[in-house]
Design a protein around this ligand. Sequence first.
Ligand code: BGC
Length: 741
Amino acid sequence: MELTIKQQLEKLEHKPTISRSKAETLHLAQELLKKMTLAEKIGQMFQLAPPEANVEGLKWEHGEENSSAKLICEGKVGSVLSVTDSETIFKLQKLAIEQSRLGIPLFFAADMIHGCRTGFPINLAMACSFDPDLIERSCRQIAYEVAHTGLNLTFSPMVDLVRDPRWGRVMESNGEDSYLNSQLAAAYVRGYQQGDYSSAYSVAACCKHFVAYGAAEGGREYNTVDMSERELRQHYLPGYKACADAGVASFMTSFNIYDGIPATANKFILRDILRNEWQYDGFVISDYTSSYEMIDHKTARDAREVALQSIVAGLDHEMVSMTYLQHLEELVISGEIKESLIDEAVIHMLQFKYQIGLFDDPYKHLYADREQYMRLPETLALAKEAALKSVVMLKNNNQTLPLVKNKQKIALIGPLADSNQVVGAWGSLARNEECISLLSGMKSLVGGENIVYAKGCDILGNNREDFAQAIAIAKSADIIILALGEDQSMSGEAKSRAYLNIPGVQNELAQALKALNKPLVTIVFSGRPLELGWYAENSDAILQAWFLGNENGNALASILFGDSNPSGKLAMSFPYTVGQVPVYYNQYNTGRPSTNGEYSEYRSCYIDVPNYPLYPFGYGLSYSKFEYKELLIDKKTFAALQQLTVSVEICNTSAVSGEEVVQLYIKCKNFSVVRPNRELKRFKRVMIPANCSKIIEFTIDKSDLAYYNAEMKSIPENRDYMIYVGSDSNADLSAEFSYLS
Ligand code: BGC
């Protein structure tokens, strides 16, 4: 009797991945390549999205029925996208191994970007932890779950630098600063890949979206990017480069153009920079149909031209589009391209498969009962730690927070107060129904006796019917906690917004509650920085909660009641108004800088709003009170082979122990090209016990002073510098030094 899939999965005996050098995998790949027909080679360059790749105009000629299976059996598929159930993965892999002529294993990839089965906070929230170690540990745990689903690769990290909160995908990013982005990017890769894949629980990562996808004009999704090479190199490339240096397995091209050419067929980006300058030897995959979309960009006449341009530019693997499958063979036969171009791409693909151990065990990562590996206590504990460190306290007047347990009568109001819809976009296998709402979290911490709840209104729409009930319960309470913001579906891919307001009638509800003259705490849920000007003036305290995933309510309750001390810092500036966008901390000075960022005539400013944001990059409050003093540098002039040591004393003058993210910025007083007013160069998360002080030391070297000069060389010119250390990008404790090579 034939075994069921489950029984077959149960009988699988996993073989360890052999740790092989690049030279060994290259040799193995070359040997296998010799046995392959041209069609089989091209098959390795295609990523299938079953059941059918539904791209208009690209119906596969083998027709409707079961054509995914047919393609696999014919050796025309290299990998599979977004199939996440183990049984289907097993079935498809079995077809490849047993039915295709050479039995080359498929790899399976999906987007597990901030959690797999356990929902971690959205990436922008985690970036606010300023904690690479936390990111690395989280990604190890995420990889552990991914590695029990049957998947081999996660399409993460996204390291697109972002300065425009209108873009819905800022929620996937590490925010606006290239140094922070790079540090976190490398941590993601280390966490997922854990070195050499010989661990059964590591998965391959993919650095995306190459290149500069976060700079879409107007924050409009998939829109044009137009950027100088200097801006690209200085600010946008470092995050991607950090992934390459950390050994990321793959790169994904972006939907946008760079310098007039779609990134997916951009030779300057893919060959000159990635392969030649960075010596990157992993594989490059397109984004979802981004190659076929060159027809709509109007840079390719048809699918044949798409294939030609992409292979010449260095694209190894097509996601969903079938232009390679359909046209590469004829391009070789007609002599328009050399087969060696295809060989080069296929070698990348095969090497990857050898590297991650698919030839040792094609059923790697497949388990009969995978659920037992998911949402383990240690994974949930880490998700809670991540949530705690992601929350940013934006305001806390008169120590409104923390709340006093079982003393105050609390009115908890708002559409996100008892909502579990907080997985956030790209939630992969995490489930909203397993997320703890704020109300449940508060009740499980302090009981429900002193908490009254009313929804008040929906996130969207103009229904005010429930205002009265909310006002009534608020009247009976000592303090109002208002939980509002965006719906989680309002950020993520294809979720650009032209307004950055809190939607619906939520602001009206807030105003009605404010009129009661009670202490008001606002908790903002969102996938992007929103306009919080009214709240900054009218709330006594504000917590930016993002979307925190499974442990949402537990983490927020713990912070609200003072069991945990908030320590998150903004990875992205919060504008007063959308009209300021892009507003980011490391702007240039201009020839007519405004005084203090305020209005003055004929200076670079607005007549109706300051230049600076409402809340700047790096900003976030704590229940502790940190004072910075004694900023010392060990030399006034620093030479090429030296290091500069910077030390600062931080006193926690409060009775509450807390973690502080100490930030070091430099400012170059003048240079051969304009440089930002400030540049983040170091940060350190440190615990400072109550009423204690600590001396924190940083060292910087000449590479930290380097900048792309007029000749497009990144060098530290002999110049004068300022150094600032403090708790956000406005830090004012400073010292001066000079660099003399
Ligand atoms: C997104 C990528 C993602 C891919 C596969 C695309 O639409 O831009 O980030 O990895 O889909 O799901």
